[in-house]
Write a protein that binds this ligand. Structure first.
Ligand code: HEM
Length: 432
């Protein structure tokens, strides 16, 4: 049995007791309990290209060091996105096959033909489809959006209770991201929280994050599909606009896409724009509270907001991983990954790689290179919404500091049970 020596300062957990071959870093309960860190710490030291032969997600490789993650993420010919970019359990796959009446093989075949949401297809199909939505998320359009985001952030903050505990996730993180997303889609503002609900339904397993059963989850997905199909029809008949649905409905690269492909892109944009930013907003409050010296620095110098936002995005790593499937035999870190093997890039671990980031486990808001992180990925699929995410966080914190709001975290956050969305479900706070 391989019993590793636990380095000093590493928290107690089974991560250093289990034989390496039994380490299954994707196990969702460790994410929920926030006990994932020693697993990745050990793997970075002992087995940076790690194979889990058997798991609820099937066999998969874990890539945990910065350089290896970069190597995989930037080689889209060897590492394909067409067979799913997350890890699904067998149970989830079966439930979806049943509900959608389509097999996983059919989905993969469609993705290989370039049909599917653009995060799940390869070149040459991916680039033109990405281009159809990127103007909405590019700096020129964001500059136009920023006064709206600022106004909404101000309204949210001004409505917060003072001197009594409340959940920051619900009242601020979800509200701001839902409002921004509704603006991006030109979705009815008064129904914005449906976007949040759908995002939760897409991402969570039954028993978690508001999902009660597979039936409820699938019903909710169908409801979302129907609403967005109506929006598509409306936008198709209207003059081209700058919202995301209109861009998709009128751009030559996307206007003829099929129903499933459109719906896949809707899911991508809802989830992409929702959970990630929401969790960064929650993370920023939590980590500043856990590190009062950093919070003091920020109050003393509000110009540090931009850096603090990037440091939070690194530290929180809102998407813990992305996954690919090898299109040929390939060597990474001295190990041979076979054609057809699933490979998981653990951004959450790469962001704590001490060989690249100094003092990676410390939250330091005035780091020299705060945008040096893997949280947005690299290569052709690098997050197309990254500037929008940063914008929302920057504006929110500028408005918090302007109002002199003192936010105190009252209890530990509750984490999501997910190995993909590194998420905070609940964060009790009080404003003084
Ligand atoms: C802090 C917030 C965010 C984080 C950490 C994040 C992270 C990521 C990551 C890791 C990827 C995949 C990168 C890769 O495979 O190399 C991605 C792709 C994507 N993200 Fe984000 N994201 C965030 C916010 C947003 C926002 C606000 C939107 C806007 C709607 C968005 C939309 C997308 C889309 C559409 C893709 C697919 C890009 C492609 O395949 O070309 N994301 N994001």
């Amino acid at each position: 049995m391989n019993i590793a020596v636990k380095p000093q300062g590493v928290r107690e957990s089974d991560a250093y007791i289990l034989p390496l071959a039994e380490l299954n870093p994707a196990q969702t309960d460790r994410f929920q309990d926030d006990t994932i860190w020693p697993v990745f710490e050990r793997l970075r030291r002992e087995d940076p290209v790690h194979f889990t032969p058997e798991s609820e997600f099937g066999p998969y490789w874990s890539i945990v060091r910065w350089d290896d993650i970069m190597a995989v993420d930037t080689d889209h010919e060897t590492f394909s996105s067409t067979e799913g970019i997350g890890l699904n359990t067998l149970e989830a796959r079966k439930a979806f096959e049943k509900a959608l009446g389509r097999s996983e093989e059919e989905d993969i075949a469609a993705a290989k033909r370039g049909e599917g949401s653009f995060i799940g297809i390869d070149e040459p199909y991916h680039a033109p489809k990405r281009k159809a939505v990127s103007p909405t998320l590019a700096p020129a359009n964001l500059a136009k959006m920023s006064p709206i985001v600022r106004e909404r952030a101000g309204e949210i903050l001004d409505a917060l209770p003072i001197g009594e505990p409340f959940d920051w996730v619900d009242k601020v993180s979800m509200e701001l991201t839902a409002m921004t997303l509704a603006t991006l889609f030109d979705f009815p503002m008064e129904q914005r929280r449906r976007l949040t609900t759908w995002s939760d339904m897409f991402m969570n397993e039954p028993g978690h994050g508001g999902v009660e059963s597979w039936e409820q989850k699938i019903m909710s997905i169908f409801e979302c599909r129907a609403v967005f199909q109506d929006l598509w029809n409306q936008r198709l008949d209207a003059e081209p606009g700058i919202d995301l649905i209109s861009m998709l409905a009128h751009d030559p690269a996307t206007r003829n896409m099929g129903y499933e492909e459109y719906q896949g892109n809707v899911v991508l944009l809802i989830v992409g724009g929702n959970d990630t930013t929401r969790n960064t907003i929650s993370g920023s409050v939590y980590w500043l509270n856990k590190n009062p010296d950093q919070y003091d620095k920020l109050r003393a110098d509000p110009d540090l907001v931009v850096n603090m936002v990037s440091e939070t995005i690194r530290y929180q790593t809102p998407l813990a991983h992305m996954s690919r499937v090898a299109t040929r035999d390939v060597e990474i870190g001295g190990k041979t990954i076979k054609k057809g093997d699933r490979v998981v890039m653990w951004y959450i671990s790469g962001n704590r790689d001490e060989s690249v980031i100094a003092d990676p486990d410390d939250f330091i808001i005035d780091r020299e290179r705060p945008r040096q992180h893997l949280s947005f990925g690299f290569g052709v699929h690098r997050c197309v919404g990254n500037r929008l995410a940063e914008l929302q966080l920057r504006i929110l914190w500028e408005e918090i500091l302007k109002r002199g709001l003192e936010i105190e975290v009252m209890d530990k956050p509750k984490y999501l049970r997910s190995n993909l969305i590194h998420g905070i479900r609940e964060l009790p706070v009080q404003i003084h």
